[in-house]
Ligand binder design. Structure first.
Ligand SMILES: CC(C)(COP(=O)(O)OP(=O)(O)OC[C@H]1O[C@@H](n2cnc3c(N)ncnc32)[C@H](O)[C@@H]1OP(=O)(O)O)[C@@H](O)C(=O)NCCC(=O)NCCS
Length: 169
């Protein structure tokens, strides 16, 4: 799958019957992405951090779009056979409707298509929602970075999803 292709998802989106579509982020999405980012994190990325990811062939920067409205986004980057989820957030009023799971599944599909075998991410120790989401997709804890986060200071857990093809049983 190329990053620019849309992946239509056959579920109603929150707050409307508009279908939720995962697609590559565009420059016109950045305002909405930034609004979600700033509402979601105490130490948010700035505009430039998102803009420089647009059109990078080693990055999957996907948005969940419901009738032209961005409900969430995910960023994954990859080099050779390793990838990392760098960011994921869903608008506060759209949470618990499967948007985050769809974004994560889309990013996993994108890095898998790029021959990534190992996908990593960091998550706050206290972020029960995100940890439950990642666990539901098979991510396992492989390490801890002490005081990795600021505002507030907190450890990061390092999680890994093994994507390498398993030999048939
Ligand atoms: C984490 C986040 C992206 C989840 O997005 P979401 O759209 O609400 O998640 P989903 O509705 O797809 O939930 C998928 C699964 O995640 C888990 N989950 C999500 N929110 C949860 C919560 N508040 N408490 C417990 N489990 C939760 C559940 O296992 C859920 O499956 P279920 O609904 O069948 O129980 C969202 O809460 C968010 O944007 N948080 C702030 C930003 C953030 O923490 N990003 C991650 C940084 S590592």
């Amino acid at each position: 799958m190329r990053m620019g292709e849309n992946m239509s998802i056959d579920v109603p989106s929150p707050q409307s019957r508009a279908p939720l579509v995962l697609r590559a982020a565009r420059d016109v999405d950045i305002d909405a992405v930034l609004a979600i980012e700033q509402a979601s994190f105490g130490d948010p990325w700035n505009r430039g951090a998102f803009v420089e990811l647009l059109d990078d062939p080693r990055v999957a920067f996907l948005v969940a779009d419901a009738d032209g409205e961005v409900r969430g986004y995910i960023v994954a980057w990859f080099v050779l056979d390793e990838g990392e989820i760098g960011n994921l957030a869903v608008a506060d009023n759209a949470r618990r409707h499967g948007v985050g799971a769809r974004l994560l599944d889309g990013a996993i599909a994108a890095v898998r298509a790029a021959d990534v075998n190992s996908l990593y991410l960091e998550v706050r120790d206290s972020n029960a929602a995100a940890r439950a989401l990642y666990a539901s997709r098979g991510f396992a804890e492989v390490g801890r970075r002490r005081d990795y986060y600021r505002r507030p200071k907190e450890d990061a857990l390092v999680l890994k999803l093994e994507l390498a093809a398993r030999a048939p049983a």
